[in-house]
Design a binder for this molecule. Structure first.
Ligand SMILES: Cc1cc2nc3c(=O)[nH]c(=O)nc-3n(C[C@H](O)[C@H](O)[C@H](O)COP(=O)(O)OP(=O)(O)OC[C@H]3O[C@@H](n4cnc5c(N)ncnc54)[C@H](O)[C@@H]3O)c2cc1C
Length: 384
């Protein structure tokens, strides 16, 4: 069933992005993965093509593209199979830039948005700390206002793109004594290079090796008070609000990954012969493939409807977005397990994309709010 949410312009854009990914990304995926780092050059190339900040107004380097244009970009980016690039670009372009676009003072918008759009600046978000992740209100990094500066002390971890980010949207406690605790949280823009801000280890991960995940440290780090995003004490609400877009764009990269592993597995099962017959000819395997295709098609129908609603400005989608994030992330992992199984020993070999997908996809029920947290949110909307 064809889901017609994209218009002709979206499809033309898709062809342009796909050609770019074929030429500029796919041939380098193995090399970047080996080096465990992405070259800055690829960011600039995407900037030149107008893929970054497409949704920014023209004055900030974009073309006021709608949300569906971004979905098209993310779907094609996901098909490039460079998990690092997908994660780092998604976070910088679709998670952090919206904070700056919507909540930064005009001066900071002018400073950062055009550079983000040109691929000259990479942005990260630091919420998680060694002591807390899901419970955002329990963060301990503080920012004390002294004169016209904030003095920041604390530590962040698991920061996507943090190893080479030029600017970080940082969640801090401006009032550690506030009750309820979340009302003491604020967001501050911290540029690389300010005194007291240092980047720690580039963290070794199970997968997505080319994603520059890092620890960040702040020791009497001073930033101008004007780097506050939104209002003091209003950070938690902004984070919860922006989580909706973050979760939806996460889904927009996971769905194509599911489609790809299914395609690869179907092709393999048709070609690979066991006991004189294709793997796909055994009923048990056919059924596995059918089950995956069915679950995926149902998920896609729901998510595409959601993209369209979000694109139309529907803000009341917390339950549905949480459901999509939970369901698609878990589906991807169920599928990755079955696909590896159908590939047999080859599925366990690193040189096979299916093996990489297995470890890369494992992050999704954890990032941007775990499956358990999604279920907690859904439960609340059900009055439970
Ligand atoms: C690859 C990767 C990239 C990331 N990128 C970023 C980033 O760019 N910026 C950033 O700030 N963070 C980032 N994170 C951190 C991520 O958001 C957190 O790991 C996640 O929110 C979970 O927090 P935690 O790891 O502290 O786990 P915890 O919160 O300690 O949770 C541990 C377990 O307890 C469960 N749990 C927690 N609360 C409940 C509850 N109420 N009911 C039932 N179970 C519960 C969780 O679901 C989980 O299974 C990243 C993580 C990874 C793996």
């Amino acid at each position: 069933m064809e889901l017609k949410i994209f218009n002709e312009e979206h499809e033309i854009y898709r062809r342009t992005v796909r050609q770019f990914m074929e030429k500029e990304v796919k041939p380098h995926v193995d090399e970047w993965r080996e080096k465990e780092l992405l070259p800055r050059e690829i960011w600039r190339k995407m900037g030149e093509q107008g893929f970054l900040g497409a949704y920014f107004p023209e004055e900030f380097g974009g073309f006021s593209a709608d949300f569906l244009t971004d979905v098209v970009f993310l779907e094609e980016l996901a098909r490039s199979q460079s998990t690092g690039l997908i994660g780092d670009v998604m976070v910088s372009n679709d998670v952090v830039a919206p904070y700056i676009l919507e909540f930064a003072p005009e001066e900071l918008k002018r400073e950062y948005l055009p550079r983000l759009a040109r691929g000259e600046c990479i942005a990260s978000v630091g919420i998680t700390e060694p002591g807390t992740g899901s419970d955002v209100a329990a963060i301990r990094t503080t920012a004390e206002k002294r004169g016209n500066e904030y003095v920041i002390n604390g530590q962040k971890t698991f920061v996507t793109g943090g190893f080479y980010a030029d600017v970080v949207v940082l969640a801090v406690k401006t009032n550690p004594e506030a009750k309820p605790a979340h009302s003491g949280i604020s967001l501050i823009l911290v540029p690389k290079g300010v005194p007291g801000f240092s980047v720690g280890r580039k963290l070794k991960k199970m997968g997505a090796h080319d994603s520059a995940t890092a620890e960040l440290f702040f020791e009497d780090c001073r930033v101008p008070a004007g780097n506050l995003l939104g209002t003091e004490g209003g950070g938690f609400v902004l984070i919860m609000q922006k989580f909706q877009r973050e979760r939806l764009v996460t889904v927009a990269t996971v769905l194509p990954a599911c489609e790809m592993i299914l395609e690869q597995t179907i092709n393999y099962c048709k070609e690979r012969h066991v006991f004189g017959k294709p793997v796909a000819s055994f009923q048990v395997n056919k059924h596995k493939l059918v089950e995956m295709a069915t679950e995926l098609e149902l998920a896609r129908t729901f998510c595409y409807q959601l993209y369209q609603e979000f694109n139309n400005g529907n803000q009341g989608l917390v339950k549905e977005i949480s459901m999509a994030k939970y369901w698609v992330s878990e589906l991807a992992n169920r599928m990755a397990y079955q696909c590896v199984q159908l590939f047999g020993g080859y599925g366990y070999m690193d040189e096979y994309p299916i093996s990489r997908a297995y470890t890369d996809l494992r992050a999704f029920p954890i990032v941007a709010g775990t499956t358990e947290i999604m279920k907690e949110i859904i439960a609340k909307t059900m009055g439970l």
